[in-house]
Design a protein around this ligand. Structure first.
Ligand code: UDP
Length: 464
């Protein structure tokens, strides 16, 4: 890393929402800042600091705040509402103390970079006299929808056949985030996602983990009509992009333990582009019937394509026993609870990625050039999947049937098309194009790199 410490070095305290898909991009952004001479401390919850699998985080210092569940973790909360309340109350108090402690220990904090899901962190930053910088981990498109909902600029429930939001293509209501089109499905999460905008006008900077070229129309609209925003992504480790940060190969903090050896030796025995990688990320819970349909699709295809399916331990009981047994006896398939996803995706045996379309997964697939089969589950995933298929052209959406499940035939056809069909060829070309644009954005002088430089310059001048 290029970063070197000086007396008036800017110091940022980075506070992600405590889940994998938010820690990854905010930790990565911290690494970028450090490479440009900023000092960065990442605050995770006490519970996560004890339970995470940590590789050395290099120049990023790790410190803690509390969400009120230091012993059992948030799984011990009686409800999501209670968990959110504790995170805000105990989180605010302990963030305040952490800032004071850092200030007093000769490492004064100049700015708090907080996750959009934690708008109360801006109040704490202001109380402590610090700059407040909001970091959005979802796309501009998704956040523009939430913004319109929060400000009452769109009538709910959404009425089809098409709804429009400025800067976005016309959307079927089912292509908006699930909390919006299935109103009342998760009221506490709905409140959290729309409340990201309660105080955004007071933030000193607004950052998005996306890149300008990927979301030009909507980013321009938001920039001109809402608030100045800076696109600073994708925050995928540098060695998969511009390769300027030599030590930056991995996310380094894992909530689950990756099984790298088993994975690498199995992938190493597979021919190029013969494996479909399947993962629904760190949180999605699939209905057992959906798992069965997917298992049937993978089994049916098993002599054509190999599969690596990541199934977290808590999801394993939903898998048909027969499928587990046949997979363990057969070299064509491997089921693991977690892996180093980027390492897997870049392996030349991977031909496609069947994904829930969490934004990190979608961006990672672009950066390593892998085409997608999109099987969105909830939250922002349906909107990401719409963009994957219709705007970016980096994958195909597998469509659910009238019962809301994606059937085995549909899954099988989409896998086949992406792995070796005519549409798959076009998708591969599109992915290549986006991959190059993502590299350019992060490379010296690219759109994200310039935005980061500008941000660093403002930070540095504020601490002189
Ligand atoms: N991931 C991983 N190993 C796995 C599955 C996922 O390292 O076996 C990582 C993945 O690379 C990504 C993150 O976990 O960075 C998941 O984020 P995403 O936004 O895709 O989905 P979420 O988990 O937030 O739903």
């Amino acid at each position: 890393m290029e970063g070197s410490e000086t007396h008036d070095q800017a110091h940022v305290l980075v506070v992600p929402y405590p889940v994998q898909g938010h820690i990854n991009p905010m930790l990565q952004f911290s690494k970028r800042l450090v490479s440009k001479g900023v000092r960065a401390t990442l605050a995770v919850t006490v519970y996560l600091s004890k339970s995470m699998h940590m590789e050395p985080t290099g120049p990023i210092e790790i410190d803690t705040i509390s969400d009120g569940y230091d012993e059992g973790g948030s799984a011990a909360a009686e409800s999501f509402e209670a968990q959110q309340m504790n995170l805000q109350v105990v989180g605010s108090r302990t963030l305040h103390s952490l800032i004071q402690r850092l200030d007093e220990s000769g490492k004064p904090v100049h700015a708090v970079i907080y996750d959009g899901f934690l708008p109360w962190a801006l109040d704490v930053a202001k109380e402590c006299g610090k700059l407040g910088v909001v970091f959005f981990t979802q796309t501009c498109a998704v956040n523009n929808i939430y913004y319109h909902v929060k400000k009452g600029l769109v009538e709910l429930p959404l009425k089809g056949p098409r709804v429009s939001f400025p800067g976005l293509p016309p959307l079927d209501p089912s292509e908006t985030p699930s909390f919006i089109y299935i109103l009342g499905s998760y009221p506490a999460i709905y409140n959290m996602v729309v409340d990201q905008f309660v105080n955004v006008e007071d933030a000193d900077y607004v950052l998005f983990n996306t890149f300008y070229e990927l979301e030009k129309e909507v980013a321009d609209w938001m920039n001109s009509n809402l608030w100045p925003l800076k696109t600073i992504g994708p925050t995928v480790p540098s060695m998969y992009l511009d390769r300027r940060l030599e030590d930056d190969r991995d996310y380094t903090l894992n909530l689950f333990k990756p099984n790298n050896d088993a994975c690498a030796s199995w992938l190493g025995r597979k021919p190029p582009r013969s494996v479909i990688y399947v993962s629904f990320g760190s949180m999605a819970e699939l209905p057992a019937q959906q798992m069965a349909e997917l298992a049937a699709a993978l089994s049916h295809n098993r002599h054509r394509y190999n599969f690596l399916w990541i199934i977290r331990e808590s999801e394993m009981p939903k898998l048909p026993l027969e499928f587990i047994k046949s997979t363990s006896e057969d070299e064509c398939g491997l089921i693991l609870p977690w892996c180093s996803q980027l390492e897997v995706l870049r392996h030349d045996s991977i031909g496609g990625f069947l994904t829930h379309c969490g934004l990190n997964s979608v961006l990672e697939a672009i950066c390593v050039g892998v085409p997608l089969v999109a099987v969105p589950q909830w939250t922002d995933q349906p909107t990401n999947a719409k963009y994957v298929e219709d705007v970016w052209g980096t994958g195909l959406r597998a469509r659910p049937n009238k019962d809301g499940l994606v059937g085995r035939e549909e899954l099988g056809l989409c896998i086949e098309e992406v792995m070796e069909g005519e549409k798959g060829k076009v998708i591969r070309e599109n992915v290549k194009k986006w991959k190059n644009l993502a590299i350019e954005a992060m490379d010296e002088g690219g759109s994200s790199d310039r935005n980061i430089d500008e941000f660093v310059a403002k930070l540095s001048s504020s601490c002189k």
